[in-house]
Design a protein around this ligand. Structure first.
Ligand code: TNX
Length: 767
């Protein structure tokens, strides 16, 4: 036990009972909290006090009363004499900055002081977290305490894609409410994409009359196995009127949330092109829209035509009138520049502007957009692709393909916002896919989010100042309902809020996890869905020198793991896990998380292990596998765990090289069959290898080929498939096994036709 903790415990025991108050379960954790004695109860003897000449304070008082109304019906009157006072005060206190606050609670008085209205609102959010979540008979008791609090980062964002699936204004407000509770301040609203244009633009009505309903035309045909990683697209459409947008912007502003609109250009623009075909280099095919030709729709605006810039300036002028945000996001990601190479207007412009390639043409486009935005007093943000071909002079970069883009921008003296796919894409799985709704792929657990550090190590102190903060992105290709949406962001959003707000040295996973439990309780009370994924037991195989052991663990605070190995479902009475389980023969382990004697898993975590002669043996690769697909480590192919069609975690990936794996079985023994499993996932560029060759040896030098097995799976198969390639033969003495697999190229029907595909392998089995 650390000294601090010991002193803390001694103090608790020395205090007379009733005097010590437990620190409330606040998220994000404040900079400092000191508990006092007793508590302040909000009741009919309570009044508000503030300077009624300040509109910010009137608004804050109304905000407090609105919350109290929800949870109690109590309404506090202002500036009257009562026994107990809640005082709101805006006063210059440099220490608390633009968003911090000082909250002092004693039994007779609460004083909340901040430099700005934002700080007052955050102080109130802290108070709300100590009060009941719903209306009950509970007293509105706030423990006596002193809090000093201010954020670590100025950009505390959440992103919301309403293009792939449309979500109602009510849902957007609910999202804003959640963000506000956890002291986030930037909503990045992804309003347009290929699948739909969601914002009314008066000058171009077809953007919504056509562009907001395109998925309704496409319908569900081909939804289950649509190519190009688009997932399923339920018929869905809609848009926000300018009136609705104004109202949402106002609603957000009242909660200190700035909405940063993104109209994604010049790529991801099929919806706009369908509405106004002149916007692309070549007009799209005529005729009814189907899933097939939706994927062939041009998605890039033509940067060679003046009419396109005229369109964008008109559109953005209306956007700027609706959104007061200093930052405007123009997208800039994943642009299909191939049409530009064949476009006369683009060629002409490139010649005139001395642009060497289409990357420089994109950079020209972004710079021109930036000039326009700067002339209107705004600043441009773009996805990290805007670094390619030269960054616009004042642009802020949003780093999504890892942290490299943000790091490079900061080193160039540009601001950056960190939103790396791992771990901040909340459209990725947060737990074992077999227990979660279908997601786009990827794997970002609650703990990975909590452990994320936004400032890259490569940056020095001055460069680090350019990291404005962090943001999680919620893409909605696979998310069609509000319940599903909330389940994807909760509870990961709470972990992110602590990354964004709390001082780095106060972060503590255990303590966060403890506090988190009370939010699960609140969400249950409020009927807000959230993922219980982090209750699942983690199963980690560890193989060494031919021995396989399995570690079980749970992320949950103060929990036990109970398990079975006989196939039955575990209960609280099953064996309690205490040390790694040795696995000598094929077995299925089932495990549950138990908190205070209660099983917290609706379904147990289930993991089967296949044990054969290769299990636990070291694997040597001739060419290294990609660090992106390193799975559980070097021995993934012999850890007894088979990969599933969903989870990248179990697969070793390699691209552009043969996969050559050699295994030393430890001693010479009789062998009659060797297998290796491969995955095909068309939409993720993962294909079966063309063939796999099996060789054996007794000395590790001279190998005999046993058999080469050709790929039996069609390259056009779009559903994920796992296939074992197997060589069977008469018993032979073998000590070394070598498997070679030759990768394929992506087939002509694939969007990336001709490029090398990934080989994904898991588990080599020797019998
Ligand atoms: C990449 S992130 C995209 C989005 C997809 C997302 C799916 C980014 C700038 N582009 O268009 O929705 O992946 O995870």
């Amino acid at each position: 036990m650390c000294v601090q903790k010991a002193i803390f415990l001694i103090l608790i025991f020395l205090l007379p009972p009733g005097i010590y108050a437990q620190i409330p379960n606040l998220i994000p954790r404040p900079v400092s909290v000191e508990m006092g004695s007793g508590s302040f109860t909000i009741d009919q003897h309570t009044a508000l006090r503030y300077n009624a000449a300040k509109p910010e304070l009137i608004a804050s008082a109304n905000f407090l009363n609105a919350c109290l109304k929800e949870i109690s019906g109590i309404q506090l009157s202002s500036n009257v004499v009562k026994a107990k006072i809640i005082e709101l005060k805006i006063a210059a206190t440099p220490k608390f900055g633009a968003e911090g606050y000082h909250l002092s609670v004693t039994p007779k008085k609460i004083v909340l002081i901040a430099n700005t209205k934002a700080g007052i609102i955050y102080g109130l959010q802290t108070i709300f977290q100590t009060l009941p979540a719903i209306r009950t008979n509970e007293e509105l008791k706030i423990p006596a305490m002193e809090i000093e609090d201010y954020p670590r980062f100025s950009w505390r964002g959440m992103h919301l894609d309403v293009s792939r699936h449309f979500f109602s204004p009510e849902l957007v407000k609910e999202y804003i409410d959640l963000m506000a509770q956890f002291k986030m301040n930037s909503l990045h609203w992804h309003l347009t994409d290929n699948q739909g244009w969601r914002i009314e633009i008066k000058k171009y009505p077809r953007l919504t009359s056509v562009g907001a309903w395109m998925m309704n035309q496409v319908g569900t045909a081909g939804a289950a196995n649509s190519p190009g990683g688009l997932g399923y697209l339920a018929p869905n459409g809609g848009y926000y009127t300018q009136e609705q947008i104004k109202e949402i912007v106002k609603y957000a502003a009242a909660r200190n949330i700035t909405i940063v609109p993104e109209l994604d250009v010049p790529g991801h623009s099929a919806a706009a092109i369908l509405a106004y075909p002149y916007l692309s280099c070549e007009p799209p095919q005529q005729g009814p829209l189907t899933m097939q030709n939706f994927h062939r729709m041009p998605s890039s605006l033509c940067p060679g035509k003046d009419s396109v810039y005229k369109f964008l300036e008109d559109v953005y002028s209306e956007v700027l009138n609706l959104f007061p945000s200093k930052y405007i996001h123009i997208g800039g990601d994943e642009v299909d520049k191939r049409p530009w190479e064949k476009c006369e207007a683009c060629m002409k412009l490139m010649e005139k502007e001395h642009l060497k390639n289409v990357d420089e043409l994109q950079s020209y486009f972004v710079k021109r957009m930036e000039k326009f935005l700067v002339s209107k007093g705004r600043r441009l943000i773009g996805w990290d692709e805007i670094l390619e071909g030269g960054l616009a002079p004042e642009a802020t970069v949003m780093s999504w393909r890892g942290i490299e883009g943000g790091t490079a921008a900061a080193k160039m003296g540009h601001d950056a916002i960190m939103t790396p796919g791992t771990p901040l894409y909340f459209d990725h799985y947060q737990a074992d896919p077999t227990t979660e709704p279908l997601a786009i792929g990827g794997f970002n657990t609650l703990k990975m989010v909590y452990d994320y550090e936004p400032v890259p190590k490569q940056l020095n102190e001055t460069e680090a100042k350019h990291i404005l903060g962090a943001q999680a992105n919620l893409w909605t290709e696979f998310i069609a309902t509000p319940d599903h949406l909330l389940r994807m962001v909760l509870p990961r959003m709470l972990a992110l809020s602590e990354v964004q707000w709390s001082a780095e040295n106060t972060k503590n996973w255990e303590d966060f996890n403890r506090r988190l439990q009370s939010y699960f309780y609140r969400f249950d009370q409020l009927g807000i869905p959230y993922s219980k994924g982090n209750y699942l037991v983690n199963v980690a195989p560890d193989s060494q020198d031919g021995k396989l052991t399995v570690r079980l663990s749970t992320e949950i605070y103060n929990a036990e793991v109970h398990f079975t190995t006989n196939g039955s479902d575990p209960t609280v009475n099953s064996d309690r896990y205490s040390h790694p389980i040795q696995v000598d023969s094929s077995v299925t382990i089932k495990a549950i998380t138990v908190v205070n004697g209660v099983n917290k898993n609706p379904h147990p975590t289930v993991q089967s292990f296949v044990v054969d002669k290769a299990t636990g043996r070291d694997v040597h690769y001739t060419y290294p596998i990609s660090p992106k697909y390193a799975a559980d480590g070097l021995n993934t192919l012999t850890d007894g765990v088979r990969g599933t069609t969903n989870l990248e975690k179990f697969w070793h990936g390699i691209s552009g090289q043969q996969l050559i794996a050699t295994i030393d079985l430890g001693k010479t023994q009789n062998v009659h069959a060797i297998s290796i499993g491969f995955l095909q996932r068309f939409s993720d560029w993962v294909m079966m290898p063309q063939w796999a060759k099996f060789e054996v040896s007794t000395d590790g030098v001279n190998f005999n080929e046993i058999q080469t097995v050709n790929n039996p799976v069609s390259p056009d198969e779009r559903k994920p498939v796992i296939r074992d390639f197997t060589a069977r033969f008469g018993n032979q003495p073998v000590r070394y096994v070598r498997v070679t697999a030759e990768g394929a190229n992506l087939p002509p029907s694939h969007p990336g036709a001709g490029n090398p595909a990934w080989i994904f392998a898991d588990e080599i089995m020797v019998n």
